[in-house]
Design a protein around this ligand. Structure first.
Ligand code: FES
Length: 176
């Protein structure tokens, strides 16, 4: 009602949305992102880098078994987790991604011998760095899976989504 009086909301706003006393910031959020405003119901955006062998096969198996996991995880295939450069992860966080999951083969099972071990070292280094820049280490996680570990894959995806939800939006996310 205050917003209508202040001229921020058209009283003929015939969308069925409740007319509440949004301040102008919320109103602009609604205009940009729809209702409810993103700042109130933030859905975390998560990127999962999956190596094309074991991890992707585990995800595929989970899909074929119709196992449910959160849909707000965007999957990127990589030939091996060793191919993921630190710049890729940092660029994702700079662009406002809320969480990153790296899934590779089990240790000793990498098809490129040591790719997953390199990825492990990089992700540990990056987790430190994320703490130092105030983003938080828990937004980045690496897991190792065999092709048969569909249930573990689902658990890990759920875990990172829950963790990132509890952390809230990436502080580097630009408002608007
Ligand atoms: Fe899967 Fe290297 S091939 S982590």
């Amino acid at each position: 009602i205050h917003a209508v009086r202040a001229g921020l909301v058209d009283p003929t706003f015939a969308t069925g949305y409740p007319l509440v006393a949004w301040d102008s910031v919320h109103y602009l959020e609604i205009m940009r992102h729809g209702y409810p405003p993103r700042s109130i119901t933030h859905v975390p955006e998560i990127i999962a880098f999956f190596c094309n062998y074991c991890a992707y096969a585990a995800a595929d198996l989970a899909g074929s078994r119709r196992m449910q996991y959160p849909s707000n995880v965007r999957v990127m295939h990589v030939p091996c987790t060793g191919k993921i450069e630190m710049e890729h992860i940092l660029a994702a966080f700079e662009k406002g991604i809320d969480g990153v999951l790296i899934a590779g083969c089990l240790e000793g099972g990498c098809h490129f011998l040591e790719g997953n071990l390199r990825a492990k070292k990089r992700s540990e280094y990056l987790r430190e760095m994320l703490d130092q820049i105030g983003v938080g280490r828990d937004r980045l996680r690496m897991v190792n899976l065999s092709a048969a570990m569909a249930p573990t894959f689902v658990e890990r995806v759920k875990e990172i989504v829950e963790t990132v939800e509890s952390l809230g939006p990436n502080p580097l996310r630009k408002s608007g």
